[in-house]
Design a protein around this ligand. Structure first.
Ligand SMILES: Cc1ncc(COP(=O)(O)O)c(C=O)c1O
Length: 368
């Protein structure tokens, strides 16, 4: 098999779609025309064949092992953007006479809150908006109503570079977490949550797949009013994520990613690596006269590091020069600007070292 290796691969600091391990891309390249000795690409083979169902079963089993997912949680591989869950969650779990609690800590939870308000009743327990999403409101200050059906939050806010550094203690109220940018980057205790979801385009596969991990008692909640078949968690579960054709190539890459994580030593090993990468960058930022980082130290994301240059006029030059040096996609999110380095599992420590070296050099060459 002829393998075409790119000489000019970059360190991709984009927030998503994000960098994937090169070994996975090469394997996919190798298998593109003939997967599993089928004489077909995985994109051409029927999703109900024994080969593909075995692939999906393998992917689920690996994910269950990596995250120690208990039997009373179901795993769904759903087609569509992570944002679809902003609607599916209230449509499935929230009845018309109930209300859900939302913690707003950045752009993604803000958007999820806006979506629930279009559909059902919800209230905001606390918002970090007044601090420009640079700090998490103190848990003691949250306005929690006991009769909340669930608490929704975003443990890692990809755009704002902020994480909730604790798991909210909500007693019987189920926790729902958007882990799009942090699933598999750190160990989690699944049993603290009622539902977790994650879009694939950061740490899992290519865009178009969303994983949902849902506890059986939430699954048993009959949606009121009734929801479209494709949007019904129960129906998707009964059909093992195959009510419709699943995003087959994404599932194939996800299976490879789970194997890759296993080979690296598991989620704990990657977490330690991720902490080391983030620490390298934050330590550099903290002593810099040239760069600043907006988020309070105790709530800094270990995955999405937001920063800026004290002279904002230099930022475009920074992005352009970095790109020339093979350090790509360092611009902040289009809604807030600034700079951001995303350090998902596939980013090696060498990438962060190269970034820090470049940042030091740039600061030296460009007076504020
Ligand atoms: C935390 C979080 N939630 C939701 C989304 C939305 O993902 P999608 O574009 O797949 O809807 C993103 C995308 O970056 C995200 O980072």
């Amino acid at each position: 098999m002829k393998i075409f290796m790119m000489k000019n691969r970059v360190y991709n600091f984009g927030a998503g779609p994000a960098m994937l391990p090169e070994s996975i891309l090469l394997e996919a390249q190798d298998e593109l025309l003939d997967w599993n000795n089928s004489g077909m690409s995985v994109m051409e083979i029927g999703h109900r064949t024994s080969e593909f169902t075995a692939l999906l079963e393998h992917a689920e089993k690996s994910l269950r092992q990596l995250l120690s997912i208990p039997k009373h949680y179901q795993v769904l591989f759903l087609g569509g953007a992570a944002r679809t869950q902003f609607a599916m969650i209230p449509m499935n779990l929230l009845h018309p006479n109930e209300q859900a609690a939302y913690l707003v800590t950045g752009i993604w939870s803000q958007m999820a809150y806006a979506e629930v308000l279009r559909l059902k009743k919800a209230y905001c327990v606390a918002s970090g908006e007044s601090s420009n999403f640079s700090a998490i409101p103190d848990f003691e200050s949250w306005d929690i109503k006991k009769e909340s059906t669930y608490l929704y939050y975003t443990p890692n806010e990809t755009v704002n570079g902020i994480r909730v550094p604790f798991i909210p203690e909500m007693g019987e109220v189920p926790l729902i977490a958007d882990m799009t940018s942090c699933l598999l980057s750190e160990p989690i205790d699944i049993e603290r949550y009622g539902l977790i979801f994650a879009g694939a385009q950061k740490n899992i596969a290519n865009a178009g797949l969303t994983l949902v991990i849902i506890r059986d008692d939430l699954l048993a909640r009959t949606p009121k009013p009734i929801v479209a078949t494709m949007m019904d968690y129960q129906i998707q579960t009964e059909n093992h994520s195959m009510y419709a054709t699943p995003p087959v190539f994404n599932c194939y890459l996800a299976a490879k990613m789970f194997d890759w994580i296993q080979k690296q030593g598991g989620v704990q090993v990657l977490y330690e690596r991720n902490c080391a990468k983030a620490q390298l960058l934050y330590q550099f930022l903290d002593v810099s006269y040239f760069y600043t980082t907006p988020v309070v130290p105790e709530a800094r994301s270990i995955i999405n590091v937001c920063f800026s240059i004290k002279n904002k006029a230099l930022e475009q030059k920074f992005i352009t020069l970095a790109r020339e040096k093979g350090l790509a996609a360092l611009q902040g999110h289009r809604t807030i600007g600034g700079l951001r380095a995303s350090l998902y599992n596939a980013m090696p420590i060498a990438g962060v070292e190269a970034l820090v070296d470049f940042m030091a050099e740039f600061a030296q060459d460009n007076p504020l």
